[in-house]
Design a protein around this ligand. Structure first.
Ligand code: ADQ
Length: 462
């Protein structure tokens, strides 16, 4: 088996049990199983340019190679082009794009820096797998340095329709860079279809039904590889007793109260304000629900140097305060808003102890929380997943209650339906959902992508 070299903006800390961020969670699970090298930024920012060799560290089956960035790189590449241009745009939020010419310069410069560092550790038989929107030009940079190894790319976030991609400054260059990879992986058929429309409309190329795109003498495979979780390890975590969660759950049971849970990185794509409004609407439309249900929203702060993230935090704090101010009683707090990272075992136990998993992004590549919630449920008395139709996961998880995250009334009605759903229907939905998350788990994701990258298989592309 060839050595697998994974590259992403950040490498996850494989020694920690608490991890927020889908790429870190999904990749850590997959890479631990196969072993290999993981290269990325070490999270350090230097004042001045330094060109050190990547720092190498071995953790179990994985060798980590990390490099620092300069403050200028961080501001122009990471906060700038990646998170103030590509992230909002690829999530269909043109209104939040903030572009400056130096952002694109920084994006290109850091991709060249990654290519230099990577070239110094590559071996001839390596297979390279690059992740996410930060590193779209990396294959082109590597090819310029004479790299002939197979290179794959996986986009964790959505790929929008051509009219939206066309709002990216130098969008044609960006997509041409994407086509320098041998395999391009998407979360959903919708995303892959959007690339097809772009290459047909703007580049005059054709994508075959099996996902092959011919570019001169080269052939690129565009495929759909929905990311999954390590189901067994999540099930095991959820079944393990957790004293703190148990005490809290017993207290709720005595009081006959149910719990709705939401867990997200604090990001404007996750639909958090309308989620809270939907919960308030539930209490308005169905007064009998008051005192018998609470919403626990756990939200980890991220990217706090970007203005839009500061605004969403302020808005949420105000909203949860307003809902509690309006509905709370001396012995009932309707919204519990927790601003922080929860260890994964506690998270699994909390999911299991919650009667509804409320996952309502306005747009999301996949959304692993939806799959984790399903994995954590007890087969004999499962909770119900209420899921946004704009999460990539909705393309697979048909037995969830699918809602429109912009429609507060629709979400409130479905919350009520979930909270009052008969046991038999809950069990039936849970069985079907479990089957689906097992079919597309972390191992399947890795194997399907590797089959395309190593053997040129297109079975998942169509
Ligand atoms: P994210 O946008 O980070 O990922 P998601 O897929 O939901 O979104 O993954 C978040 C992960 O972090 C989950 O494993 C969750 O349990 C964990 N997490 C979130 N908040 C947490 C908290 N407060 N405490 C502890 N853990 C927390 C990106 C894309 C997604 C895509 C993934 C994987 O935006 O669409 O599904 O990558 O490809």
């Amino acid at each position: 088996m060839n050595r697998l070299v994974v590259v992403s903006n950040r490498v996850a800390d494989l020694t920690r049990t608490a991890q927020s961020g889908g790429l870190a969670v999904g990749l850590a699970d997959s890479l631990r199983q196969r072993g290999g090298v993981w290269m990325g930024w070490d999270g350090q920012t230097l004042k001045y340019e330094d060109q050190p060799e990547p720092r190498i560290r071995k953790i179990g089956t994985v060798t980590q190679a990390t490099i620092p960035l300069t403050e200028q790189d961080y501001s122009e590449y990471y906060l700038g082009f990646a998170n103030s241009v590509l992230w909002p745009l690829f999530h269909y939020r043109l209104d939040l794009v903030e572009y400056k010419t130096v952002f694109l310069d920084g994006y290109r410069r850091v991709n060249a820096k990654f290519a230099d560092a990577l070239t110094s550790i590559l071996q001839p038989d390596d297979i390279i797998w690059i992740h996410d929107y930060h590193l779209i030009p990396l294959a082109a940079e590597l090819r310029q340095r004479g790299c002939t190894q197979r290179i794959g790319f996986f986009l964790h976030i959505p790929f929008p329709p051509p009219e939206i991609v066309a709002a990216v400054p130098r969008h044609r260059w960006l997509v041409e860079c994407l086509l320098e990879f041998d395999v391009i992986g998407f979360q959903t058929n919708t995303d892959r279809g959007n690339l097809q429309h772009y290459v047909e409309d703007h580049l005059g190329c054709r994508m075959e039904a099996d996902g092959r795109i011919k570019i001169g003498e080269r052939e690129v495979i565009a495929g759909c590889y929905p990311i999954g979780i390590d189901v067994d390890s999540f099930v095991e975590m959820a079944e393990r007793p957790n004293d703190e969660v148990n005490i809290e759950t017993q207290r709720r049971e005595i009081l006959g109260r149910k719990q709705i849970i939401g867990v997200d990185r604090l990001d404007y794509t996750k639909g958090l304000p309308d989620r809270l409004r939907a919960f308030a609407r539930l209490l308005e439309l169905y007064p009998e629900m008051r005192k018998s249900v609470a919403l626990m929203q756990i939200a980890t702060p991220t990217r706090e140097e970007v203005e839009a993230y500061v605004e969403i935090r302020t808005e949420l704090e105000a909203l949860s305060g307003a809902i509690n101010g309006r509905f709370a009683d001396f012995n009932w707090t309707p919204v519990r808003y927790i601003h922080g990272i929860v260890p994964r075992d506690a998270l699994a136990a909390l999911f299991r102890a919650s009667q509804v998993g409320f996952v309502t992004p306005l747009r999301d590549g996949m959304n692993l929380v939806a799959k984790e919630y399903v994995a954590a449920q007890a087969a004999e008395n499962p909770g119900v997943l209420v899921l946004s139709k704009f999460a990539g996961a909705a393309e697979e998880l048909h037995e969830a209650l699918i809602v429109n995250p912009y429609d507060v009334d629709d979400m409130a009605r479905n919350l009520c339906r979930a909270l009052t759903m008969p046991l038999e229907e809950r069990q039936e939905r849970q069985r079907a959902l479990m089957k689906r998350i097992r079919k597309h788990d972390a191992k399947d994701w890795l194997n399907a992508f590797m089959a395309a990258l190593e053997k040129g298989e297109t079975k998942h592309a169509a």
